[in-house]
Write a protein that binds this ligand. Structure first.
Ligand code: CTP
Ligand code: MG
Length: 159
């Protein structure tokens, strides 16, 4: 349990862009600015916006602030790395020729948590079995959260 509490800011941060989607702001524009990589595909695609990135950092900060043993700054830091992992996942999907919103299985569910866990290592006394527990549980948690988001009409697809 402790392990999931430590890394909770990353989970909340990863969900934040979906909640922020409805907000019409000048930041709701793609991080890659619409630019295309030399392979002819987008660097990241329209699913990765500045608004989502900032929402993730803020959500991480709020979660960190509320959690015992964490802080707003550590939460923001974990949220930042979670959303960097999410963007790295989209970068990889585009390089593989997979369109925005396509299903990428473990890549979709593991990208954010892998980055956040690595970033968190200096801050928590992780035991190897805790890291593995979080990694192994994440695909199921991610899937559950996405199905819920789909039912609540926050997401267009249940993955
Ligand atoms: N989102 C965003 N900014 C981000 C991350 C996500 O605005 N940095 C929003 C987008 O509306 C996105 C939705 O959250 O469509 C769901 O995120 P995700 O599943 O990560 O993106 P996909 O649309 O599936 O795109 P990709 O194929 O690149 O993962
Ligand atoms: Mg997706």
């Amino acid at each position: 349990m402790q392990a999931f509490v430590w890394i909770l800011p990353a989970y909340v941060a990863n969900m934040a862009p979906v909640f922020a989607r409805g907000i019409k702001s000048p930041l709701a524009v793609p991080v890659d600015g619409g630019a295309v990589a030399p392979d002819g595909k987008r660097w990241l695609g329209n699913g990765k916006t500045w608004q989502g990135l900032i929402a993730a950092v803020i959500a991480g900060a709020l979660t960190g602030y509320a959690l015992p043993g964490c802080s707003a700054s550590l939460g923001a830091f974990l949220g930042f790395w979670a959303i960097m992992g999410d963007m790295a996942g989209s970068f990889a999907k585009r390089r593989l020729g997979m369109p925005r919103g396509s299903k990428a299985g473990l890549l979709d569910s593991m990208d954010f948590i892998t980055f956040a866990l690595v970033a968190s290592v200096p801050f928590y006394p992780w035991e190897l079995k805790q890291l593995l527990l979080v990694l192994l549980a994440t695909p199921a948690l991610h899937r559950g959260a996405n199905i819920l988001g789909y039912i609540l009409k926050l997401k267009d697809v249940p993955w």
